[in-house]
Design a protein around this ligand. Structure first.
Ligand SMILES: NC(=O)c1ccc[n+]([C@@H]2O[C@H](COP(=O)([O-])OP(=O)(O)OC[C@H]3O[C@@H](n4cnc5c(N)ncnc54)[C@H](OP(=O)(O)O)[C@@H]3O)[C@@H](O)[C@H]2O)c1
Length: 286
């Protein structure tokens, strides 16, 4: 295990599934760990559980519903207030919505949570990431981005919505954002990589009603890997010495892999970046 005792690392979606294991194992390696969850009681319980499991007292949780831009801004302000330097940011919080819903900002919820929160939070704390000697941004994407296409004429999917299609688009956006941010940060000490964790037995998708939840639980029991196995690539990218300086790549099972052809479209990545700036009101130099 790499000694992370001089590192401050933020993990979003750290109250369950992959994020909880990622937070716990980074804390076990000695990091000052800041977990982010939307439910304060779950956050407090996760912090206590991690402190007890690892013996690391430097574990705190902050509360933010990341689908709300006001709450992402509040979270970023709190992070910057507490930490002048951030050594890592694992953008992990994400969800699947069977039916179209809108965020507090009136945006399609999957896009708001799975893509715009990664974009806005990362950019808002970039100064603190730049202040670290070699900060790492890790974006949890998914193999579900294969086959997805961004429809720039209807990014909010107002004209027709398919839960899986829209989820795949949001995960393609994660890879496009990763590659674009890496290009914009070229020559700096901040690296940014994306990953697919595999099919993992977490609470992913359980927020949906109907038959989806029992069906998912059954399939998970049959074929999914454990959250401990699924978190390995996030942990590798956030902490392994082997990937120091490696940036702008997509990883599966702790190895670089080709992402979908659509993810290498630089014009689409730039366009997504500009639209994300407009939708979040964030403008600055990455
Ligand atoms: N599981 C898989 O097979 C799989 C495969 C590929 C990619 N992924 C990706 O892995 C990431 C983690 O998913 P998971 O499988 O660990 O799912 P999970 O068990 O459902 O955990 C998701 C985490 O995100 C948090 N979250 C959800 N909505 C949020 C919001 N609005 N604001 C703040 N936090 C929110 C959840 O908080 P609560 O505890 O409050 O619900 C939880 O901590 C996601 O980005 C997902 O797309 C998962």
């Amino acid at each position: 295990m790499t000694d992370l005792s001089d590192k401050v690392i933020v993990v979003t979606g750290a109250t369950a599934g992959l994020g909880l294991v990622t937070a716990r194992e980074l804390a076990r390696s000695g990091a000052t760990l800041v977990g982010v969850g939307r439910d304060p009681a779950k956050g407090a319980a996760a912090a206590a559980q991690i402190r007890q499991a690892t013996g690391n007292p430097r574990v705190t949780y902050l509360t933010a519903d990341l689908s709300s831009q006001a709450q992402v801004r509040g979270l970023a302000a709190e992070l910057l207030n507490r930490h002048a330097r951030l050594d890592g940011l694992v953008n992990n919080a994400g969800a699947y919505f069977e039916r179209r819903q809108e965020s507090a900002d009136g945006l399609e919820l999957t896009f708001a949570l799975n893509h715009l929160s990664y974009f806005l939070l990362t950019n808002l704390v970039l100064g603190a990431l730049r202040a670290a000697p070699a900060a790492r941004v890790v974006n949890v994407s998914s193999g579900a981005h294969f086959g997805a296409r961004l429809n720039f004429d209807d990014l909010q999917n107002r004209r027709g919505y398919s839960g899986f299609g829209v989820y795949g688009q949001s995960k393609l956006a994660n890879v496009l954002f990763t590659y674009e941010l890496a290009r914009r940060l070229a020559g700096t000490a901040v690296t940014v990589n994306a990953l697919h964790p595999g099919f993992v037995a977490t609470q992913f998708g359980w927020n949906n009603g109907g038959l989806l939840r029992p069906a998912l639980r059954l399939i998970q029991r049959l074929v999914a890997r454990s959250p401990e196995q699924g978190a390995q690539t996030s942990l590798y990218l956030a902490s392994a010495p082997e990937v120091a300086g490696v940036t702008g790549q997509y990883f599966v099972d702790c190895r670089p892999a080709r992402s979908a052809p659509a993810s290498y479209d630089e014009a689409a990545a730039r366009r997504l970046w500009e639209i994300s700036e407009e939708l979040t009101g964030w403008r600055g130099k990455a």
